[in-house]
Design a protein around this ligand. Structure first.
Ligand code: 5GP
Length: 127
């Protein structure tokens, strides 16, 4: 399966420093920053620095080092934002919208981490 990556997407431009971001955490292979239009008191996006469109793309083509870094960054952001249920807070939701049915607006893999309020059920029935 060939994946095509658009290097003009907004997150690619953030990674190149062409657009500012409000960084939460940066590692060798990942960047976490606040969403520009937060939908909850905590709304952080975690992205790999490599050119991956979706999680399945990342899983198929990223190195083990990138995958470990990204996974650990997600966990560290949850801890930093104090939403981890294991540490006594109320929890969070991770979302990775993918492709057209997933209503992905930015074609660079990103995990939304949402918390700080009751988020309701996972999906509404009317889309
Ligand atoms: P998607 O719909 O692709 O899952 O989510 C894209 C997310 O990126 C949206 O929540 C949107 O608010 C966020 N976003 C779009 N442009 C920017 C930007 O320039 N900076 C930041 N920090 N977030 C952005």
């Amino acid at each position: 399966m060939a994946y095509s990556y658009d290097n003009q997407n907004i997150f690619a431009r953030i990674l190149r420093g062409e657009i500012p971001n409000n960084t939460v955490l940066e590692t060798e292979h990942s960047l976490a920053f606040h969403d520009i239009a937060p939908q909850a008191p905590v709304h952080v996006l975690v992205i790999p620095k490599g050119p991956y469109v979706t999680y399945d793309h990342f899983a198929a083509e990223a190195s083990a080092e990138e995958i470990v870094d990204f996974t650990q960054t997600v966990g560290l952001v949850c801890a930093q934002m104090e939403v981890t249920p294991g540490a006594g807070d109320a929890g969070y939701r991770m979302i990775a919208n993918s492709g057209s049915n997933g209503v992905q607006d930015v074609p660079h893999l990103h995990i939304h981490i949402l918390g700080g309020r009751m988020l309701g059920r996972m999906l509404s029935r009317n889309g």
